[in-house]
Design a protein around this ligand. Sequence first.
Ligand code: PAF
Length: 284
Amino acid sequence: MKVLRLVSDVREFRIASATASLGFVPTMGALHEGHASLIERAVRDHDLAVVSIFVNPTQFGPHEDFAAYPRDESADIAACERLGAAMVFAPAALEMYPPGDATRVQPGAIAERLEGAARPGHFTGVATILTKLFSIVRPDAAYFGQKDFQQLRVVQTMSRDLRLGVRVVGCPIVRDPDGLAMSSRNRYLSTVDRRAALALSRGLFRARELWEGGAREPDPLRNAVVRYTDGTGVSLEYVSAADPLTLEELVRPAERAVVSLAARVGKTRLIDNVLLGIRLEEIA
Ligand code: PAF
């Protein structure tokens, strides 16, 4: 497996492999089983799988955890090799944002709600780095986890709108056996916080049970999460029941929905969601 640091080397790699189909998994490192499932899928679906490891400064707000974001590059590279990736691209910040860099990619309305409202500028940073990475790596398909569901929809919309020619594939959330969605930020959780965080997936699973029992009004779905997290030490930032394609908040009964949440557990901010009435593969 190659580890490349320079854009020019990645371009050469892609020229040399021009006839191979390439699956791409962009990451910020601190890889866990959720990332592993994306890399395995890219390896399975393509001649070559490429992983990028880059903690992207422009998607963090001024008071967010950019400096503290977990970094363990040698463990990440070893994991990529074990999983069968052909190449890891791990650039320095100046390689991706050279001196004088000023261009930004501004996604549309789908990026303004939920995470976009809670973290102003976040999706502009995500769209900008992914536009750069897609143009450097030139993948046929790129793989994203459902946990960051709005990110998946923003990137699918961006790839379509900008005619990037990259198929953006959503992959299921990987959960610990007790239900907690895997996240690089879970390693910030104390034992007490981790126990409290279980209320999040339990609330979402309760919303899914209600849906399976025939509930179609959005309020009971949102309320299930609120009720499960009440008094648990988890502080909900938002709970949403939205259309899974547009992410517009539902105001009447619907035949498909994504119930999503963001919450603070101690100092850690977590997100999670469940998809109802539509399969992930139908979302493109
Ligand atoms: O989901 C992430 O880890 C990041 O947002 C991504 C897609 C690698 C862009 O920096």
